[in-house]
Design a protein around this ligand. Structure first.
Ligand code: CA
Ligand code: CA
Length: 186
């Protein structure tokens, strides 16, 4: 296929969703394969959608454009879970316990300290850990323990937040990772 037309986002129409990028995976005499990436949060419900491919040319520009093709394809939703509520459950003198409410059920794989870092007044507190309880069955809440009693900092009006780490692996049942937005405790 002609690379420019095969990787032109405008040549792929996915019903109700937004095409973000098209990658040419293979391209030879025996056929070509593309991977179409959809923008996050643009497939709200899993189901069958019409996908149209048009305007693709052969390898040399003198080759005729192929006819448009539309197929009905099953696409899994790609809406990321978001944290909708942060509740401080208790201060223990050495820890702060939180419950996060999430927009849809999520799991958290075995690693429990790979999800968030603690920031106070914009600075990462590297000697404290944020532990998100592991859960293999998806649920709408997450239990979090920070190994620092933050009552003084919060009473003093400091900005306290959890910032997603690159290794964050909390996700919904379709493997969409939770939104990496900061979680403001106060
Ligand atoms: Ca989702
Ligand atoms: Ca984790």
């Amino acid at each position: 296929m002609d690379v420019a037309s095969a990787t032109n986002v405008a040549n792929y129409i996915v019903e109700d969703a937004q095409v973000q990028k098209v990658e040419l995976v293979s391209n030879s005499d025996s056929g070509a394969r593309v991977r179409v990436y959809l923008a996050d949060n643009t497939v709200e419900v899993s189901g069958n959608y019409n996908v149209t491919v048009k305007g693709i040319k052969g390898f040399y520009s003198n080759v005729t454009e192929m006819d448009p093709v539309t197929k009905n394809i099953f696409i899994t939703e790609n809406v990321r879970p978001t944290v909708s509520k942060v509740a401080i459950d208790s201060f223990t003198g050495s820890a702060t316990n939180l419950t996060l409410t999430v927009s849809e059920p999520v799991t958290n794989a075995d690693a429990t300290t790979n999800d968030y870092a603690l920031y106070i007044d914009g600075v990462e507190v590297t000697n404290k850990t944020v532990t998100v309880a592991a859960q293999s069955t998806a649920a709408n809440t997450l239990s979090v323990v920070i190994n620092e009693d933050l009552s003084d900092e919060l009473a003093a009006g400091k900005s306290v937040k959890l910032v997603a780490k690159d290794t964050l692996d909390i996700q919904d049942v379709n493997n969409n990772k939770i939104s990496a937005s900061d979680i403001i405790i106060k």
